[in-house]
Design a protein around this ligand. Structure first.
Ligand code: ATP
Ligand code: MG
Length: 425
């Protein structure tokens, strides 16, 4: 028996409507904000992520799916979406296209992690990237889009947490303060934190180890070290959020997992799905495009984990729309009737009506049972009498009422009742 790789999941036919709903909401929100879709390869040169995500991150250090291809190049399955979009932006000279470039992606991501609820090795992200604007309004726009997405899904129990992690200037003073604070505690901290102490002490604040968390809780807050420009940027972002009625809390411990973040960072956190509570995370990364060799370009964005969102919706009873179902099922009693059912389905489908008939050579009774299970809104049974008459009783499954309809007008009839909102599909 072949089984699915650890940390990956199938989406079954009975479940895919949930994915379509979530992705549909993402696309709707993108349209409202005039954010255009982009698609980048699932694999890239390893170096892109090493440079673009940062070599003090867990992603680059421990989680990447990296392999040599047959041409002996080192390639990596994308662990996140931003680096690929940044590469696309640079490679296609999009800095000279009208800015800001507002783009989104829906993509699988791959990280070698210990699988648990809400943590997979292949998962999916809806991400938004806004390139070209240094203004706090771009930070706010990213947060508005994320918030609109959650709202559209019907999710209400998340908390927006924001922070600013400053720029190169203020970070230097802050790193010195962090080193001074952590120095006496180093022996009690995990090996990764000890390594971060030298390379990038800010990342120590992101440690998930219980022991380290107790120590980081007392660390100096970056907000006390922001330079005047970063401080006023953060104030403006907060004002813009308040002006649109977006509630937030300032959490000085959010630093985000990726190295390229500057200034604003934010997370939408749910209290209903346990430890993996961050459903959406983002921030500003003004240094990234230049770091990858492009023209210095400010950037801000976010990514939302789709598995976690679906899990959250299931756990908290946020309703999904009804699963799709055929508008009509047409059963046939004998060979001639089946042929007619098949032909009618063809006509209905050509007019945009979802119609189904038997492919299993089943008895009428079994066909009707299948129709019921499939959730068909209407059912019609064709036999010799119906063939002779050229008409059939079309039964509305919701209440059992039926109406005789001629074969010639069945498309119009179904289209009418559907547009009148009377079917259940
Ligand atoms: P975490 O702290 O939970 O590991 P992260 O900081 O690594 O998250 P990001 O790189 O910011 O996560 O990714 C954005 C979003 O993608 C996360 O908020 C989460 O919803 C989702 N996500 C990240 N890693 C996974 C994973 N292994 N499985 C499922 N979803 C994930
Ligand atoms: Mg992670």
């Amino acid at each position: 028996m072949l089984s699915i790789p650890k940390g990956t999941k199938d989406v079954l036919p009975s479940q895919s409507y949930k994915w379509q709903f979530v992705e549909g909401c993402a696309r709707d929100v993108a349209r409202m904000f005039n954010i255009r879709e982009v698609r980048t390869p699932v694999f890239e040169h390893t170096e892109l992520f090493a440079r673009g995500v940062g070599d003090t991150t867990d992603i680059v250090n421990k989680e990447m799916y990296t392999f040599q291809d047959k041409g002996n190049r080192s390639v990596t399955l994308k662990p996140e979406g931003t680096a690929g979009v940044a590469r696309m932006f640079i490679e296609n000279g999009l800095a000279s296209s009208p800015l800001p470039m507002k783009s989104f992606y829906i993509t699988p991501c791959f990280r070698y992690e210990r699988p648990q609820a809400g943590r997979l090795r292949e998962f999916h992200q809806f991400g938004v990237e806004i390139y070209g604007s240094p203004s706090p309004s771009a930070d706010a726009e990213a947060i508005f889009a994320a918030s609109a997405f959650l709202k559209k899904l019907g999710i209400t129990d998340t908390r927006l947490e924001i922070n600013s992690i400053g720029c190169k200037t203020c970070r230097a003073a802050y790193n010195a303060a962090l080193r001074q604070y952590f120095e006496p505690h180093l022996a009690e901290m995990c090996p990764t934190c000890r390594e971060r102490f030298d390379k990038n002490p800010l990342r120590m604040l992101d440690c998930k180890e219980e022991g380290c968390r107790r120590i980081t809780a007392g660390a100096p807050a970056i907000l006390d070290y922001l330079c005047p420009d970063c401080a006023s940027h953060f104030e403006s972002v907060k004002k813009l959020l308040s002006a649109q009625g977006i509630a937030y809390v300032v959490n000085p411990n959010i630093v985000r997992g990726l190295d390229y973040y500057t200034r604003t960072v934010f997370e939408f956190v749910s209290t209903s799905i346990g430890a993996q509570g961050t459903v959406c995370a983002g921030g500003r990364y003004d240094g990234l495009i230049a770091e990858l060799g492009g023209p210095s370009t400010p950037a801000v964005g976010f990514a939302a984990g789709l598995e976690r969102l679906i899990l959250l919706m299931e756990n908290t009873g946020v309703p999904f729309p009804a699963p799709p179902a055929p508008a009509i099922y047409i059963a046939g009693m004998d060979e001639g009737s089946r042929a007619k059912a098949f032909a009618l389905c063809g006509e209905l489908r050509a007019k945009g009506v979802a119609a189904e008939c038997d492919l299993m050579e089943r008895s009428v009774k079994a066909q009707l049972k299948y129709a019921d299970k499939s959730g068909a809104g209407y059912v019609a049974v064709i036999g010799e009498t119906e063939l002779a008459e050229g008409a059939v009783n079309v039964k509305r499954m919701a209440d059992g009422t039926s109406k005789k309809v001629s074969f010639a007008s069945i498309c119009d009839y179904i289209n009418n009742v559907i547009s009148g909102g009377n079917n259940n599909g």
